[in-house]
Design a protein around this ligand. Structure first.
Ligand SMILES: [Zn+2]
Length: 126
């Protein structure tokens, strides 16, 4: 579990329904009694931004796949391969580290947005 998002966010999630904002009787409630949304699923789907970054550090797109963004992860990998190929025409020496950095930043920011229930569907989240 990541420790970066503990505190206010987790407490708020535990005691109030994310969907309707109604206070929950039990912090372990699986379903909100007011609006019926599944609460456990939200917790289970949490992503660790740190793990996402580490995965993207080793393989392009892996952090995105870990975040549940499969198509985006594959696209990141393909672009990464193209960047490596462009080493032959020298521009790759700029593109490889740039795309590597973008991949890690996106994995981190996307994981945080997914955890917060925010939109992380942009191709590059920074
Ligand atoms: Zn609710």
């Amino acid at each position: 579990m990541d420790t970066l998002n503990s505190g206010i966010t987790r407490d708020a999630m535990a005691n109030y329904c994310q969907e309707c904002g109604k206070e929950l009787i039990s912090p372990n409630a699986e379903i909100c009694p007011n609006c019926g949304v599944r609460l456990k699923e939200i917790v289970i789907n949490r992503r660790s931004p740190v793990i996402a970054v580490v995965l993207s550090f080793f393989i392009w797109g892996l952090g995105q796949v870990y975040n549940g963004q499969f198509g985006k992860g594959i696209a990141y990998f393909v672009i990464g391969v193209l960047c490596v190929a462009s080493l032959m025409i020298l521009i790759g020496f700029l593109l490889v580290p740039l795309w590597w950095l973008i991949g890690m930043v996106d994995a981190y920011v996307s994981a945080k947005r997914i955890n917060a229930g925010e939109d992380a569907s942009k191709f590059i989240n920074v």
